[in-house]
Design a binder for this molecule. Structure first.
Ligand code: ZN
Length: 486
């Protein structure tokens, strides 16, 4: 009983071993077949160049190529490539290469990185070594930032200020960092800007008034240091010679600027034209007096120390004729009525009218004036309307009777072109435009005009600053005539 049981058990085991051996054999055979099929049919992809490629912006990525094959055939044309690289945009790109052959699919990938390795550039405005005024704060002059990839990095600049330098740093989006340093040197090496107002070479006629035209002094660190200017030298306008005035100014740091002005004082030169003295200005005022503007003119003349000539009429207050006379001005006669139809109707009419104003002046001042100015001047043609030839007769008759008459060679235009605008700057500009150092200037003005009174001080200052001398008509002043036209 026991023997049969053992024997049957052994048979069973042998049977099982056999089955296992068969299964293993089948598996081996099938595997072998499958492996063979795989080796023959499975595709393989070979990428040219690396599987990881890094391209430095702005270089452009180009597919380096690939090959695909199975054991016996070339499958390159069957490869499908997925994924794109934008070379203009920094980043990592994945490219997938896929090829299929019967049941087999092979996939491989390549990683492409577009990278930026270039630093931004910081360009400082101003200098990398900058002088800063001692005790002053540096005023940022600014900077520009450029980068090969990023735009508008300017706002990202970090500015670090230390005692003697400013450090500018900026990073682009890829982390490339630029750094620029501005050195601050606290020193003032720049001289003050000292400049003369008016001419640096002034010609003065002896007897003129020297009037300092002034100067400006601006320092880069200290600002306006006008008050620190020192003037060495003096001018004696009554002594012929050349005078040098030296102007100096120092800034806080000790930088010194110097300028000089040469003033030549020369003897008055005589001329046969005009009123006789080259570079002289004879201010003459017609048609007054006038209660307000004549008073203003007398004030200006007094303040400026200038004497002038007034050709008066019968108008205005006696007191102003008295005042003009007492203050040393010359009183001349312009006719009493200033009416052309009256004074130019006949020689008798003219002298009757002239005598009227002459006796007014005599009554007020006790002075017998022999200086006259014809209304409209001796060259006027208006008079022809009332009496042809009257100016020819009057011009010789007044001289016969001991008078001298004075026309003008500079017209302030205060009764002409400037009368419409009533502009004092018009009177000033017209007058100084026609003043000349090469003639004796007989200037026609009207003291009844308020805008003439307003222009007068500037005219006088101009004359002084340009070396003119001011004179009044006196017995030595020759007749000034524009010529007789009637
Ligand atoms: Zn007049």
């Amino acid at each position: 009983m026991m023997g049969r049981e053992v024997s049957s058990e052994k048979n069973k085991i042998d049977k099982e071993i056999f089955i296992i051996k068969v299964i293993v054999l089948i598996i081996l055979v099938v595997s072998f077949i499958l492996l063979t099929i795989y080796l023959v049919l499975a595709p393989k992809i070979d990428l040219k160049k690396n599987k990881e490629i890094s391209i430095t912006y702005p270089n452009v990525y180009k597919e380096p190529g690939y090959k695909a094959k199975s054991l016996f055939s070339d499958l390159t044309k069957k490869v499908k490539v997925k994924g794109k690289v934008n070379s203009k945009k920094i980043g990592n790109y994945k490219i997938t290469y896929t090829v299929k052959n019967f049941l087999f699919t092979t996939v491989t990938t390549r990683m492409v990185s577009i990278v930026d390795k270039e630093k931004p550039q910081i360009v400082l405005k101003g200098h990398e070594e900058t002088d800063v005024c001692p005790n002053a704060k540096y005023q940022e002059e600014g900077y520009e930032v450029t980068d090969n990839y990023d735009k508008d990095l300017k706002d990202k600049v970090k500015v670090k200020i230390t005692d003697n330098e400013i450090i500018y740093t900026v990073k682009d989006s890829s982390g490339n960092e630029a750094k620029v340093i501005r050195k601050l040197i606290y020193q003032d090496k720049i001289k003050p800007n000292l400049q003369l107002k008016g001419s640096a070479n002034l010609n003065l006629t002896a007897g003129a008034t020297y009037l300092e035209s002034g100067y400006t002094a601006i320092d880069n660190c200290d600002g306006d240091i006008w008050g620190n200017v020192k003037i060495l030298g003096t001018v004696n306008p009554n002594k012929i010679g050349t005078y040098t005035l030296t102007y100096t100014v120092k800034d806080h740091a000790g930088n010194e600027s110097t300028v000089t002005r040469k003033v030549s004082v020369s003897a008055p030169r005589k001329t046969n034209s005009g009123c006789g003295v080259l570079g002289a200005i004879y201010l003459t005022f017609d048609d007054g007096p006038n209660a307000s503007s004549t008073a203003q003119i007398l004030n200006v003349l007094k303040e400026e120390g200038v004497k002038a000539t007034f050709f008066v009429t019968n108008a205005g207050p006696d007191a102003l004729i008295k005042r003009a006379y007492d203050e040393g001005h010359t009183i001349g006669l312009h006719t009493a009525s200033h009416k052309y139809n009256v004074v130019y109707a006949s020689v008798n009419n003219y002298f009757n009218d002239l005598n009227s104003v002459a006796s007014r002046v005599k009554r007020i001042t006790g002075y017998d004036s022999k200086f006259i100015r014809f209304p409209g001047g001796s060259s006027n043609t208006v008079s022809r309307k009332y009496s042809p030839g009257i100016m020819t007769r009057l011009a010789s008759e007044v001289v016969n009777r001991g008078y001298k008459y004075y026309d003008w060679n500079v017209d302030s235009n205060d009764a002409g072109a400037c009368a419409n605008s009533k502009s004092s700057s018009c009177v000033y500009n017209t007058t100084v435009k026609y003043l000349s150092k090469n003639k004796c200037n007989m200037v026609l003005m009207h003291d009844i005009k308020s805008y003439t009174a307003d222009a007068l001080r500037d005219v006088i200052r101009y004359g002084k600053q340009n070396g003119y001398i001011f004179k009044q008509i006196d017995s030595s002043t020759p007749i000034v005539s524009q010529g007789i036209n009637n």
